[in-house]
Design a protein around this ligand. Structure first.
Ligand code: B12
Length: 238
């Protein structure tokens, strides 16, 4: 079982947008590292997972996924068109390859995605770990949480569920293509003592899995701690 994951680059219409950070490059995607670690830990199929480098031409990416069983795309509004372009081209060349899409953008518009984009097989809404694992394990679709799919021309949803964070393995970036090149900017910036705001940070999780009340209480205590500790004053908590 071969799984390819990718968070495609910004769509053309967003390439000139003002970035939140000084660099246009994006660090290796933590969301995909988390998904990869989870399926590696819990799948009985011993899947081979590769997280593709988005900094390459779409046709080249298409050639590389030809032998994969599943292609997983991470969709933010800012790369939505690139996701759709890639999915369309991949489906044309490899019609049996299952294409699943998740991430913050499609999580909010799953029905529209399935209605308007026939080359997408599944949409995952919100937490993706158990949904992707279910697809890799080839479980019956109805038993896979957070999954939108088509059945007899109708768009259906299974059920909503949240990942049990106590079962989350520690993730790393070992399955990323061209990792050294992608990290080069970060490592050299770190060594030179460059202003950290000039490079986009790797993700720091601070409140995934908290309810609204916990976020309110804990955020104010995190803010107090951050403000009291000059060493961390560049950390941003979203
Ligand atoms: C960290 C972060 C960044 C970092 C990314 C660093 C990195 N190494 O990954 C940086 C600073 C680079 C960044 C940049 C931008 N970001 Co940002 N970022 C975030 C943040 C805070 C966390 C993302 C994250 O890692 N979450 C943790 C992981 C585990 O969760 P996840 O990625 O959502 O993935 C889970 C699910 O979504 C799902 N899933 C995701 N992908 C897939 C794929 C498949 C196949 C499946 C099955 C499931 C699945 O499963 C995962 C596990 O449960 C979010 C806000 C948030 N709280 O989520 C904003 C957020 C993602 N960013 C956003 C935006 C707008 C941007 C920028 C466009 C801002 C700008 N103008 O510069 C740029 C885009 C840069 C680029 N070139 O692409 C928006 C996207 C909005 C949307 N609805 O699409 C968000 C949601 C913030 C917001 N509320 O507005 N960002």
């Amino acid at each position: 079982m071969k799984i390819a994951l990718i968070q495609p680059n910004l769509s053309e219409n967003y390439q000139n947008q003002r970035q939140a950070y000084g660099s246009l490059n994006r660090p290796p995607e933590t969301g995909l590292a988390v998904l990869s670690a989870y399926i590696k830990e819990y799948s009985k199929k011993n899947p081979e997972v590769e997280i593709l480098d988005p900094n390459q031409n779409i046709d080249l990416i298409n050639d590389q996924v030809i032998n994969s069983d599943i292609l997983g795309l991470s969709d933010w509004f800012s790369n939505h068109d690139t996701c759709m372009d890639l999915a369309k081209k991949v489906k044309l060349k490899s019609p049996d390859l299952k294409i699943v899409i998740g991430g913050p953008n499609v999580s909010m518009i799953p029905k529209e995605i399935l209605a308007n984009h026939p080359y997408i097989d599944y949409v995952v809404s919100r937490d993706g770990e158990d949904a992707l694992l279910g697809l890799v394990e080839n479980k019956s679709i109805k038993n896979i949480p957070n999954l939108w799919y088509r059945e007899n021309g109708k768009i259906r949803f299974t059920n909503q569920s949240y990942t049990n964070l106590k079962n989350m393995p520690i993730w790393n970036f070992e399955n990323f293509q061209n990792l050294d090149d992608r990290l080069d900017e970060y490592l050299s910036a770190q060594k030179s003592g460059l202003d950290p705001w000039l490079i986009p940070p790797l993700t720091l999780f601070s409140f995934r899995g908290w309810g609204k009340e916990e976020i309110k209480t804990n955020l104010s205590s995190i803010n107090r701690r951050l403000h009291r500790t000059p060493k961390y004053d560049y950390l941003r908590v979203e």
